[in-house]
Design a protein around this ligand. Structure first.
Ligand code: NI
Ligand code: MN
Length: 231
């Protein structure tokens, strides 16, 4: 079955249903655009790209409540484990993978920073998430960098979730350069319109990206489930 179902909860937080329920970068309670309650999020695996609060805020709560492991970068794993010894935390680093219940998660670099509660939290990452049929690249918070070509060549993601908000990450123009290197079938824009500082016109991004690359842009509506089928 090559079908995956994706729901956007706003910002960089998605639910990816690929046999297992994967929740990325949970930021719900203090997310001004979130429509779901953190109590209602179901997860088998929680994936966290870096330590900034708009990515990790509700990670321990959701992992603990759902008895789900967290997958993240080594130093952030230590800091989270310190706060809750009962949650299983898989620590990986760049090019390293872990298999959790048949889902392979691989850490890749991101051009950004990472801290957690004013402590250094190692390097920020992106995550490659695959069930063996469909591969998704969640880029985390990142600027554009030329090794995105390597990420595209090596992992051949069907879907790339890319920040387009600017200010803290790539904006639309940088994201279009990223798409040219990654060459995903589908691009899902994220990390925009959560706050005024990262306001963007997603429709204009879609128009420009589809004119200038071979990828399709899927604009997500918060809490509207979208099915993708690559077979
Ligand atoms: Ni960040
Ligand atoms: Mn962020």
């Amino acid at each position: 079955m090559g079908k995956v179902h994706i729901t956007w909860h706003g910002h960089a937080c998605f639910n990816i249903d690929m046999g297992k329920q994967i929740v990325t970068d949970p930021f719900i309670e203090h997310n001004p655009v979130a429509l779901i309650r953190k109590e209602d999020l179901k997860a088998d695996i929680v994936v966290v790209t870096h330590g900034h609060s708009d990515h990790v805020a509700d990670a321990l709560y959701i992992a603990s409540r759902n008895h789900a492991p967290i997958v993240t970068i080594v130093e952030l794993a230590w800091l989270l484990q310190d706060k809750d010894h009962s949650v299983k935390i898989h620590d990986i680093n760049f090019s390293g993978s872990v298999d959790v219940s048949g889902i392979k998660i691989t850490a890749v670099p991101a051009l950004h920073s990472s801290s957690f509660e004013e402590k250094y939290a190692g390097n920020p990452g992106g995550m490659i998430i695959s069930n063996g049929k469909t591969t998704i690249y969640h880029a985390g918070d990142t600027g554009v960098f030329s090794d995105m070509k390597l990420i595209g060549d090596l992992y051949k993601p069907d879907i790339a979730m890319l920040p387009i908000g600017g200010h803290y990450t790539m904006g639309p123009e940088e994201a279009i350069e990223a798409i040219k290197m990654i060459k995903p079938k589908i691009v899902i824009p994220m990390h925009y319109n959560t706050f005024d500082m990262i306001k963007q016109d997603a429709n204009l991004f879609k128009k420009n990206a589809e004119e200038r690359t071979n990828s399709k842009v899927q604009i997500m509506e918060i809490e509207k489930v979208k099915e993708f089928d690559f077979e």
